[in-house]
Design a protein around this ligand. Sequence first.
Ligand code: MG
Length: 370
Amino acid sequence: MPTIETIDVYRVRVPLVYPFRTAYGSDDVVEPVLVRMGSGKLYGWGEGQAFQFPTYCPEYGAGVFVTIRNVLAPMLIGRKIDSGDELHRLIACFKGNPFAKGTLDMAWWDLYAKSRNEPLWRTLGGVRDVVETGADFGAMESIDALLSKIGEAMKAGFKRVKLKFCPGWDVDMVHAVRTAFPNTTFHIDCNSGYTLKDIDMFKRLDRYNLAMIEQPMMNDDLVDHATLARQIQTPICLDESVTSVDKARKAIEIKACRWVNIKPIRVGGLTPALKIHDLCAAAGIPCWVGGMLETAVGASHCAAMATLPNMKYPNDVFPSSRFFKVDLGRPELFLSGPSQMTLPKAIGLGNEPDPEMLERLTVEKASLKA
Ligand code: MG
C-alpha cells in the first residue's frame, strides 16, 4: 500500500425522515463524521455515525470529529500502512474511541480494496454477494399501527422482525405481536434499558419463542447478562456491550450471550469486526450485522461485513432512503429486493458521497496533508 497522503474529515448533519425513538430517547437528525483517505490517485471513504449526543454510547458526532482531527489522523498521515492491524497499532496508545478509530479504519479498508482492484466485500473474505436484511420497528402510537406495519413487512418478504422494547412498550406488545403472528421470527432489542431487577419480566418472555433478546442489561455490562442468561431460555444477543475484540472474548468466556450483533463502527472498524467474527465463529456463536443509521456510505461498509460466513441472521442493513430524504451516497445502490441487498462488482466500497450533497450537509471540515 502506498503512503497515506491526505485525510479529509467532514462532520455532516443529515435530517431523518421521522424521529428515531429507542429506549435512549428521540433523534431528529444524525451527525455522522466522514473520512476521505487519499493515497496517490486512490482514496477510500469511512463513516462514523455516533449520534448528535452521547446517548447510545460515550462518543458523539462533534467529539468523533475532534478526536479524528486532533488526535488520530495526525498519527496516520504520511505513513505507509499495509494492514488494518498496523493502522490500529499506530493509534493503540489512545484509549477507547472506537467510532473515531473505526471511521479511519473503514476508510483504509476501502482504499486497500481499491489498491487490490477488488470489491471490498471480497477483500474482507465475504462468501456471498447477497445479504438478507430484516424489518425493524420502534415504539409506535398504538399496537394496531405496529401490527399493520408487521403485516406489510411479512407480505414484502422479510424473514424476521426486530421490535424495539422499552418501558410502556414491552410484554403486552410482545404478547399482541406473537398472538397475531404465531410463526414469524421475532426478536426484541432492549437497548440496555433494564437491570437484574427485571429478571421476572424476562422469564415471562420465554413463552413467546423470541429468536433472541438484544442487549437487555447496561450498555457496557457483561456480568449481568451472564447472570440473566443462566435464568432464561431465550438466547441473549449482545450489541452495545461489545465495543472491542477483548470485550467479545470476555463475553464468550463467561457465556454472556449466544449471539453477537456486530456493528463494525462500534467495535473500532472492520479490522476488529473481522476478529470478533472469527472469535465468535470458533466459539459457535453466530453473528449478524447491525447499523447505526449510517448514510449510504457507512451502510455499504455494513453490507460488505454481512457477506462473511458466520453472519447467520437477517441484518440491520437498510437502504438509507428509509431514514433520510437526502443522502450522501446512493441509498438504493445495493437493493435487490425488499429484504435483500446485492453487493456491487465495483472495486472498493462501491459507494461514496455525492460531492455537492456533502458540501451542503457539512457543518465542519478539516484537511490534513502529508
Ligand atoms: Mg441493538
